[in-house]
Design a protein around this ligand. Structure first.
Ligand SMILES: Nc1ncnc2c1ncn2[C@@H]1O[C@H](COP(=O)(O)OP(=O)(O)OP(=O)(O)O)[C@@H](O)[C@H]1O
Length: 290
């Protein structure tokens, strides 16, 4: 596309995005860069501005201020060509209760110039056994998978997933993660919002924490909040009960313990570092006090 010059490896570039609803500033001078082919997760507490920011990126909401380029185009001026290149999975989808899974997908496939094969999409979202079921009879998780099927139907270059696995059971959530991993392998860029830290950790190449409308940190899940430098806690159990030691040298601690146990197994040995949830909550609390 001619409009892509200079942004070939960047899917989303936002500078100083701002949006207020009367006196509530929902998005406050937000800067964001999402690379092509990456899975980027936006994390943040309720009301942080994730939905507003995402809707601006999707072209569903106008901004008050700031510069924005999504697949090389300003969503304000984007037309149907651009819309064909993005996929959106909203928190709640439309109602087609009387149509079957296959009918809904075949219907929407007509809106795309180069739709994916409907049978392939049905398999990809794990609804092969439900293709002739009316969508009104699907479970919440199956329904959500249909939403994702609709989002990927047009082979989007960029897919927006807004809290995609809310209400999924653990097994279905795993299947969904596999689906997103498959999209990544195919080169799709994904912007994901989620409240599940394990989901962000599993799927995202990078996460951005949004709080009060601003991005407070962007990093890999492993490095967010200085996590990789945080101390470890070594735990074990002996005749007196459970013990734990916080240390920056867990290997040394384990060596000393091993010697204490005569070189044998250290009973119930664990070594843990702060989880993504620990550092995230710490960041949000810290920001809340400022
Ligand atoms: N249409 C609207 N009119 C007025 N205020 C709004 C509107 N939409 C959102 N807001 C306010 O803007 C702020 C950001 O809301 P937004 O929905 O973007 O947050 P969010 O991070 O997506 O939250 P959640 O995790 O709960 O979905 C909140 O204070 C919210 O009350």
């Amino acid at each position: 596309m001619g409009t892509d010059t200079g942004t070939a490896d960047i899917a989303i570039r936002a500078r100083g995005l701002r949006k207020a609803y009367q006196d509530v500033v929902a998005v406050d001078r937000l800067d964001l860069e999402v690379r092509r082919g990456e899975i980027f997760a936006l994390l943040g507490p309720n009301g942080a501005g994730k939905t507003t920011a995402t809707e601006i990126l999707e072209g569903y909401r106008d901004r008050d201020d700031g510069e924005l380029s999504v697949l090389g185009v300003d969503p304000r001026r984007a037309g149907s060509d651009w819309r064909q290149r993005i996929g959106i999975v909203l928190q709640q989808s439309g109602d087609f209760d009387l149509l079957t899974v296959e009918e809904v997908l075949r219907h929407f496939a007509r809106y795309y110039r180069t739709p994916r094969d409907v049978d392939e999409v049905i398999e990809a979202v794990g609804l092969g056994g439900k293709r002739r079921s009316r969508t009104g009879l699907l479970s919440g998780g199956q329904r959500r998978r249909l939403d994702v099927g609709l989002g990927i139907l047009g082979s989007p270059e960029l897919l927006f997933l807004d809290e995609p696995t809310t209400g999924f059971d653990p097994e279905v959530r795993r299947q969904f993660w596999d689906l997103v991993d498959g999209l990544r392998a195919g080169g799709t860029t994904v912007l994901l919002t989620t409240h599940y830290l394990d989901e962000a950790e599993h799927l995202a190449d990078r996460v951005g924490v949004i709080h009060r409308g601003r991005l407070v940190e962007v990093n890999t899940p492993a490095r967010l909040g200085g996590r990789q430098q945080a101390g470890a806690v070594v735990g074990w159990t002996d005749a007196e009960g459970p013990h734990s030691i916080a240390t920056n040298e867990p290997t040394r601690t384990v060596r000393e313990l091993a010697a204490r146990f005569g070189g044998g197994e250290i009973p119930e040995l664990t070594i843990s570092r702060p989880t993504l949830e620990d550092v995230y909550l710490h960041m949000i609390e810290g920001e809340g006090q400022s």
